[in-house]
Write a protein of this length. Structure first.
Length: 102
């Protein structure tokens, strides 16, 4: 249950949701590239990205002075699928999503 809490807490912030959307569209981005889309400081963007990384939603790779982030779709599928599998109302939706994902 702690995994769910950490993941959904990370997903609960609108800025982090926007960062995930940027990474989904852009593939891989460094902190400076992500920061261009926000009015917050680069250290604040780094902090939000670190929360997403700690939740397993993104991966990070340091290259020189820059850290590049990319979305980790398998963790989103694993966590969200496992969470919603606890609800009988979601069983049909999960089965359909698995079929589409193959």
């Amino acid at each position: 249950m702690a995994d769910f809490v950490r993941t959904f807490r990370a997903l609960g912030d609108p800025a982090r949701q926007k960062m995930l959307a940027l990474l989904e569209d852009g593939g891989e981005m460094c902190v400076a590239d992500v920061a261009r889309h926000f009015t917050m400081t680069q250290p604040s963007v780094s902090h939000h990205l670190r929360i997403l990384k700690d939740a397993g939603l993104v991966t990070a790779e340091k290259r020189g002075k820059e850290v590049y982030y990319r979305i980790e779709p398998s963790e989103l599928r694993r966590c969200c699928g496992a969470f919603f599998a606890n609800f009988a109302c979601c069983q049909g939706l999960l089965k359909a999503a698995k079929k589409r994902g193959r």
